[in-house]
Design a protein around this ligand. Sequence first.
Ligand SMILES: NC(=O)c1ccc[n+]([C@@H]2O[C@H](COP(=O)([O-])OP(=O)(O)OC[C@H]3O[C@@H](n4cnc5c(N)ncnc54)[C@H](O)[C@@H]3O)[C@@H](O)[C@H]2O)c1
Length: 318
Amino acid sequence: MRVLVAGGAGYIGSVVTAALLQGGHEVTVLDDLSTGHADAVPSGAGLVQATLHDSAPVLADVRPEAVLHFAAKSLVGESQVKPEIYWDTNVTGTLALLEAMRAVDCRRIVFSSTAATYGEPESVPIREDAPTRPTNTYGASKLAVDAMLTSYAAAHDFAAVSLRYFNVAGAAYGLGERHTTETHLIPIALQVAAGTREALTIYGEDYPTPDGTCIRDYIHVADLADAHLLALTAPAAGEHRIYNLGNGTGFSVQQVVDAVREVTGHPVPVVVGQRRAGDPAQLVASSDRIRADLGWTPKHTELPDIVRDAWETARARR
Ligand SMILES: NC(=O)c1ccc[n+]([C@@H]2O[C@H](COP(=O)([O-])OP(=O)(O)OC[C@H]3O[C@@H](n4cnc5c(N)ncnc54)[C@H](O)[C@@H]3O)[C@@H](O)[C@H]2O)c1
């Protein structure tokens, strides 16, 4: 299939681009390189440097049969102080992309949504029918796009899938996380292990969890890539599906720190800080729906394996 990957120079988009190429697809990446890296785009894919708002001429040129849409701003803290960036990039940027698709009669899309659309869960594991009450602008902007896709499917015959990722981690095809502003636990802990960051702060040790630290669901980026390839052809015209994507198993912050120490063989000094506002004790996905509908099964569910892949890829870059 001829596909356009918006945000394909970023962490997840570049891995999915590599998986698409391996699957025999023809790929063009559209990316403004605001947080991505041109050298992350796998050879074999074209790269057009453009923003979502300026995507119409790119789509007119590429004439894709499907779009995978990763391009977004995704820093929760920033979204609270600069909401305008999130509404502009994530919402009106996506609207421009959908209109550019309509103009070339491309109506198939897989969108990177997020667990942040749910907010504080009433129960875990979180299913797709859980209430969506985002607690930050980032989550609200992604939820708005999910609603946009529902209406584009109904009114304009789009075949759409929103994949609501939990915490994505690990590396594949030699591509890992390289965020300039890193907020994710595993890469931060690996930076501490590598000696490029002094210490890791654990935000709260008094949660109602077995070791007192927060529990999160880490999904390996290679498993996520598999889900994208399955989702690409799944919906019929007029259908918008929503799937949660997680490992199904939660790991605590302390377990992540222990795994990083074990895998790297280096010390990881920690500082215990206050709880952060809006951090639920547990966020774990139920991925039953995508398992049942698409036969998706995560293959890399052990924490040390996820950490090892991230560590080895980061080390190869140094
Ligand atoms: N990393 C995670 O754990 C996680 C979890 C849930 C959801 N997500 C979502 O997955 C997607 C990919 O995340 P990531 O971690 O790979 O982020 P990333 O920042 O590495 O990748 C995003 C890419 O989009 C590009 N981009 C941003 N704004 C753009 C614009 N206006 N026009 C064109 N390109 C633009 C960036 O340059 C970058 O290459 C995002 O939509 C994010 O919200 C990520």
